[in-house]
Design a binder for this molecule. Structure first.
Ligand code: 3PG
Length: 213
């Protein structure tokens, strides 16, 4: 089993975080961890992201911390130095794949078409982030890909919410789903970590019943 498949097969939800401060990152991550979440993706979309990744790793050593929104080799190098557990990208290029391999950093690349999956298979990947999942075809696309691309698994992300996550998780080629739906802006702004913890705990209990992979 590939390292990434092994990691993702233990997950149901991979929360995607866009954080504004280290304190916010720790508050959200602690709430998610207390709800039963074992891995989070902190995106490189804010200036504080790298410091937040380091802070969360230090505060919560039991939580796996991925860096997301890796779009260039410099990002990959930066997150490797921040000691992330794995890297996630919305896409896949040969230089990103080679950089991750050279750094021995587990990497979940993004795809949205069969051709992109074939390119990823050539580079040695067998697990992909399907992104943006709902816009590029959703569960119907994943079902259609499963026959010609047997043995390939996905973490769909983008447009997934409490209402449609089970449709994805029920598919045998879906290991887990990613998304930010449990982190509504007003609740995060209010620092209501209890509400995030409770709703995520409920979501996990509900969704794990649908998981087939
Ligand atoms: C990502 O970077 O993976 C997505 O932006 C998360 O998508 P969502 O916010 O629609 O869940």
């Amino acid at each position: 089993m590939s390292d990434m498949r092994e990691r993702l097969s233990h997950l149901t939800i991979l929360p995607v975080l866009v954080v504004n401060t280290e304190e916010e990152a720790i508050g959200i991550s602690q709430a998610l961890f207390d709800a039963g979440i074992t891995a989070v993706e902190i995106t490189l979309r804010t200036p504080v992201a790298l410091d937040a990744i380091r802070a969360v790793k230090q505060a919560l050593p039991g939580l796996s911390v991925a860096a997301g929104t890796i779009t260039c080799v410099a990002d990959m190098e930066a997150v490797a130095h921040a000691d992330v557990d794995f890297a996630v990208s919305p896409g896949l290029t040969r230089s990103l794949a080679e950089c991750a391999a050279a750094l021995e950093l587990p990497f979940l690349p993004g795809v949205s078409t069969a051709s992109e999956v074939l390119g990823g298979l050539e580079l040695g990947f067998d697990c992909f982030k399907l992104f943006p999942a709902s816009a590029c075809g959703g569960p119907a696309l994943l079902k259609a890909l499963s026959a010609p691309l047997a043995g390939v698994s996905f973490c769909p992300t983008g447009g997934i919410n409490a209402g449609n996550a089970s449709d994805y998780l029920a598919l045998p080629n879906v290991l887990c789903v990613g998304g930010s739906w449990m982190l509504q802006a007003d609740i995060v702004a209010a620092g209501d970590w209890v509400s995030i913890r409770n709703s995520t705990r409920d979501s996990l209990a509900h969704l794990s019943r649908f998981q087939s992979a």
